[in-house]
Write a protein that binds this ligand. Structure first.
Ligand code: PGA
Length: 243
C-alpha cells in the first residue's frame, strides 16, 4: 500500500504552553495510525515537538530562500534540518501576504533539498480563476509547477499539495471529484517535467472530521493538508484514528 499523508498545519496558533497541552492531548487520544502523520506547529514550538512527537513527523511552516545570515526574523532550512523532515513551501497565505512568487518558492525548494528536507509544495487557484473554467485552472497550475520544478528537481523528496485558495479556511471544501480532477492533472504535469517520475499529491482546503474519508477514498489523492480541523487535538485525533 502506498503511503498516505495526514499533515497538520497549525498556522499562527497556540502559545508554547498551549502547544504542550495540545500535543499531550493529541497523543492521549490517538489510538493507532497507519498513515504518515506530519505536524507543522508554529516555529516557536518546534523544539518542544521535536522531543515529544513520538512516531509522528515534524514540519516547519515555511523557510527562508537563503542559506543563513542576514535574514532578520527568518529561519533557514540549515537551522532546522536536524529536527524537521518536512517544510511547507508556497502556501497561499505566504504568497498573498508576503508576496512570495514562483521564483522565490523555487529557491526555497532548492534550499530544502540541499538540506535533505522534504518540501510540501502548495499550489492552487483562486476563485476568479476557478470561475473561468478548467482550461484557466490548467494554465494556472501548469505555470506554478513549471516555474518552480525542473527536470533535475529532487523528485524522491517532494510532496505537492493542491490547495484551491477558495477552499482554504472557508468551510467550503472542493468536492472530492473537483480535487481529483486537478490532482490528476498535477500528477500528469509532474511526470512530464520529471521525465516519468510521479510524486505524492495531497489535497488541502476545509478538510474536516466529516469529509476527510471522501478525499482519502479518491485513488489519485495521496494525503491531506489540514488547517482549521487540526486545531482541536480531539478532532484531529479522530481524523487520525478513522483514516
Ligand atoms: P483549512 O486550511 O483546512 O483551514 O482550510 C488548510 C491550509 O491552509 O493548509
Amino acid at each position: 500500500m502506498k503511503d498516505f499523508y495526514i499533515i497538520a498545519n497549525l498556522k499562527m496558533n497556540k502559545s508554547i504552553v498551549e502547544s504542550k497541552i495540545y500535543l499531550n492531548l493529541l497523543k492521549e487520544n490517538i489510538q493507532n495510525f497507519n498513515n504518515k502523520i506530519v505536524i507543522c506547529p508554529s516555529s516557536i514550538s518546534l523544539f518542544y515537538f521535536a522531543n515529544e512527537i513520538q512516531g509522528m513527523k515534524l514540519g516547519i511552516q515555511d523557510i527562508d530562500h537563503r542559506e543563513q545570515g542576514q535574514g532578520t526574523g527568518s529561519i533557514s532550512a540549515s537551522q532546522v534540518k536536524d529536527i524537521c523532515e518536512f517544510a511547507i513551501v508556497g502556501h497561499s497565505e505566504r504568497r498573498q501576504t508576503f508576496f512570495e512568487n514562483n521564483k522565490t518558492i523555487s529557491e526555497k525548494l532548492q534550499m530544502l533539498w540541499k538540506n535533505n528536507m522534504t518540501p510540501i509544495f502548495c499550489i492552487g487557484e483562486n476563485q476568479e480563476v476557478r470561475n473561468k473554467g478548467f482550461k484557466a485552472i490548467e494554465k494556472h497550475i501548469n505555470k506554478q509547477l513549471r516555474d518552480s520544478l525542473f527536470e533535475d528537481s529532487k523528485w524522491e523528496n517532494l510532496l505537492v499539495a493542491y490547495e484551491p485558495i477558495w477552499a482554504i479556511g472557508t468551510g467550503l471544501s472542493a468536492s472530492p471529484e473537483q480535487a481529483s480532477e486537478v490532482i490528476s492533472l498535477i500528477h500528469e504535469t509532474v511526470k512530464e517535467i520529471s521525465g516519468g517520475i510521479d510524486v505524492p499529491i495531497l489535497y488541502g482546503g476545509s478538510v474536516n472530521e466529516e469529509n476527510h474519508l471522501d478525499f482519502q477514498n479518491e485513488e489519485k489523492i495521496n494525503g491531506l493538508l489540514i488547517g482549521s480541523a487540526c486545531l482541536d487535538p480531539i478532532t484531529f485525533s479522530k481524523i487520525i484514528n478513522n483514516s
